[in-house]
Design a protein. Structure first.
Length: 340
């Protein structure tokens, strides 16, 4: 999963003040499409297209791009309006704008609907939770077209992938690449979370990939230290403060509350990693990030922050398969391919 923050796509500053959600947070999400046939869009043109959407919106009376998030055909997610601020994309329906997180797919009539785009859409809806709607549910519109609407209403069924939306039984959803981890989640992303908590002084118990009571307790303790909502759920805000704590290297203290912009902290953490050369013998949070990204590419590494023999082999395999220099060293070229 790749998320590009506003600085990464060159977003203009908003021309006015945002408004918060009517109930403090979104009660669900509304799925949109761009609505214009774009054909086989080269990935190098996606950012320009998103800037064009923002310019169109701002030139027509909006303070910013109307969407909270945009997804390109290549499965990359671009942050629009801040997650804690209401959208303006629901066709003049002020009530819906104040309640539903709006995310837009860069596609229109007759365009392909690639699997990576479907997976990214599924992950967005899974992170927001609550009601999952399409634009035509809240306004008289053809958006987002029959095929995309059917996909959303089917529960985001992607062949070979389970939906990240909570099951009717109320059991916790799988992590599935989303930024929401909670009690009952499992897998490599939980191992990364546990390792990072350990590194900043909040022991989650064994780093076993199982989000159980000890991990939840550590998350709550960290949230309390950071001065954010204490709910035991590791979402974007918690990860942002966690990355900020890793950057500032002030473990286990209230100084982690100095993170003013969690999303910026995420970007800064990833930028710090991409500016760091890793090789066999390296250790720490950036190695955890590397291991997690390699696992998304099919490796089966323990996300323990230790660049050992197995991580070295995985890096070389990745470099070989992507026609990079095979040296086991993670520098600008390898980082750039792993995290565009």
């Amino acid at each position: 999963m790749t998320i590009v923050f506003r600085e990464g796509w060159g977003a203009r500053l908003p021309s006015g003040a945002y408004t918060g959600w009517a109930r403090g947070e979104p009660v669900g999400s509304v799925n949109h499409w761009e609505g214009v046939h774009i054909g086989n869009l080269d990935h190098g043109l996606c950012v320009a297209r998103i800037r064009g959407i923002q310019n169109y919106h701002m030139n027509n009376g909006y303070i910013d791009i109307a969407y909270n998030e945009i997804i390109c055909p290549h499965g990359v997610r671009y942050v629009g309006r801040p997650r804690n601020r209401r959208s303006a994309a629901n066709g003049g329906n002020a009530g819906a704008n104040g309640l539903y997180y709006a995310y837009c797919a860069l596609r229109g009539p007759g365009d392909e609907f690639p699997k990576q785009m479907k997976i990214a859409m599924r992950d967005v809806a899974g992170e927001i939770a609550g009601q999952t709607l399409v634009h035509s549910d809240v306004n008289a519109t053809a958006c987002p077209g029959p095929r995309q609407s059917e996909f959303v209403r089917s529960g985001f069924q992607v062949v070979g992938f389970a939906s990240t939306l909570p099951a009717p039984s109320g059991k916790p959803a799988g992590t599935g690449g989303s930024l929401i981890l909670r009690r009952g989640s499992s897998g490599d992303r939980v191992r990364s979370l546990q390792t990072w908590l350990e590194l900043v002084g909040f022991s989650p118990g064994p780093v076993d990939g199982d989000f159980g009571p000890r991990t939840e307790k550590a998350v709550r303790a960290f949230q309390n230290s950071a001065g954010i909502q204490v709910d035991g759920i590791a979402g974007p805000e918690t990860f942002g403060h966690l990355y900020g704590a890793l950057i500032t290297a002030r473990p286990g203290t209230a100084t982690v509350a100095n993170v003013k912009n969690p999303l910026r902290a995420v970007q800064k953490f990833i930028a710090g990693a991409k500016n760091t050369v890793l090789r066999k013998g390296s250790r720490g949070a950036f190695v955890v990030l590397l291991q997690n990204e390699l696992n998304q590419e099919g490796a089966k590494l323990a996300t323990d922050g230790d660049f050992g023999e197995l991580t070295d082999h995985a890096v070389r395999d990745y470099q070989r398969s992507h026609r990079l220099s095979v040296d086991g060293i993670v520098g600008p070229q390898t980082w750039g391919r792993l995290i565009p």
